[in-house]
Design a protein around this ligand. Structure first.
Ligand code: NAD
Ligand code: IPM
Ligand code: MN
Length: 361
């Protein structure tokens, strides 16, 4: 197959983990004889430095033309002055909005080898398999903002249609899993949440009678997620709740550095990025965990290119790497491997594991 893939390394550890993900993509292309044409462009702080804006027209045009976009992370202290007129994060938000990527899939599946790295008791973690579906182009992130000398406001707004499409996506995904959806809101306080709950109930009742839908308030959900993570299957929620709950959920897996994401709309194009940020505290040291970015490649192969066998191959290679104890410093204080060493181990296993997969098929 031929695919056009835009690569947006961004800032901080973004370029470090993206380099790893690109190597993995190349290895999969080589192994399975796919032609992945990679095009690198700027976004975020790097783009502000290069041309004064966080999402240059050229970058957006390339993304619109592509089959998929692979992104590292944006942001950092250099561009974080609260009075700055433009911020790296605006570039990422504008990209998600421009491509209509309203459903952000964030799978969380703790690996047996990293149970010890998680601050949660291991017996609560085995068998946890969550898929958070975060609404990505609405809510308080995109509502009107105001600011004067001594007051500020952010407006949270949702239309029924925006809620409907993301809940529909979550229910459809649940159908391929354990058929259970937990919709998370703050319906005891927020009007947008009352609309959310109403629409979610209607979509599930009318279109997914086979799915069990439950509602949960976001504050107690933050607690249940740690206390009984096995109780959940698909979790669907609005933009900001999803942002916060998934950073929390990353602690079930043991590190922010492990979690991938896929941002999808109604078209074929998807944006794939680890859920973590630019990690300024460790940037430039070559120590970042590349697994979130590498696992985002697996999601790219699966959701944008329909290459399920290749996606499984990448996931198995990461899994085997962790099984063998090859881990970065966020997962093990004991003789950690560098970003490059973890990546090399994954690449080695891609070659070996894919060979086995080919023989089996
Ligand atoms: P962060 O995710 O960058 O870092 C949080 C903590 O997790 C840090 O201690 C960091 O070292 C660690 N960490 C994150 N990724 C890691 C990895 N791959 N390997 C090892 N450790 C890792 O969050 P933050 O510090 O709150 O934000 C820093 C900047 O990143 C901000 O400018 C923020 O806006 C931006 N950000 C960008 C994205 C994105 O581009 N998608 C996501 C989140 C935050
Ligand atoms: C994420 C990030 C972004 C978000 C920021 C950088 C705009 O935290 O992808 O999780 O809040 O969506
Ligand atoms: Mn986030």
């Amino acid at each position: 197959m031929h695919a056009e893939i835009v690569v947006l390394p961004g800032d901080g550890i973004g370029p470090e983990v993206t380099a790893a993900a690109v190597e993995v993509l190349r290895a999969v292309g080589y192994r399975y004889r796919h032609n992945f044409a990679l095009h690198e462009h700027t976004i975020g702080g790097a783009a502000i430095d290069a041309c004064g804006e966080p999402l240059p027209e050229k970058t957006l045009a390339a993304c619109r033309y592509a089959d998929a976009v692979l992104l590292g992370a944006v942001g950092g202290p250099k561009w974080s002055d609260p009075r700055a007129k433009t911020r790296p994060e605006q570039g990422l938000l504008a990209l998600r909005k421009a491509l209509g990527l309203y459903a952000n899939l964030r799978p969380v599946r703790p690996h047996p080898a990293t149970l010890g790295a998680a601050p949660i008791k291991p017996h609560l973690l085995s068998g946890v398999d969550l898929l958070v579906v975060r609404e990505l182009t609405g809510g308080i992130y995109f509502g009107d903002k105001t600011r004067d000398a001594d007051s500020a406001s952010d407006t949270c707004r949702y239309s029924a249609a925006e809620v409907e499409r993301v809940v529909r996506r979550a229910c459809a995904l649940a159908r391929q899993r354990r058929g259970h959806v937990t919709s998370v809101d703050k319906a005891n306080v927020l009007e947008t949440s009352r609309l959310w709950r109403e629409v979610a109930t209607r979509v599930a009742r009318d279109e997914f009678p086979d799915i069990v839908l439950e509602h949960q308030l976001v504050d107690s959900m933050a607690m249940h997620l740690l206390a009984k993570p096995r109780a959940f299957d698909v979790i669907v929620t609005e933009n900001m709740f999803g942002d916060i709950l998934t950073d929390e959920a990353s602690m079930l897996a043991g590190s922010m550095g492990l979690l991938p994401s896929a941002s999808l709309g109604d078209g074929g194009i998807g944006l794939y990025e680890p859920i973590h940020g630019s990690a300024p505290d460790i940037a430039g040291r070559g120590s970042a965990n590349p697994c979130g970015a590498i696992l985002s490649v697996a999601l790219l192969l699966r959701y944008s290119l329909g290459l399920e066998m290749e996606a499984n191959c990448v996931e198995q290679a990461v899994s085997a790497t962790l099984d063998d104890g090859v881990m970065s410093a966020d997962l093990t204080p004991h003789r950690p491997s560098s970003t490059k060493q973890v990546t090399a181990a994954v690449l080695e296993r891609i070659a070996a594991d894919c060979h086995v997969a080919e023989l089996r098929d």
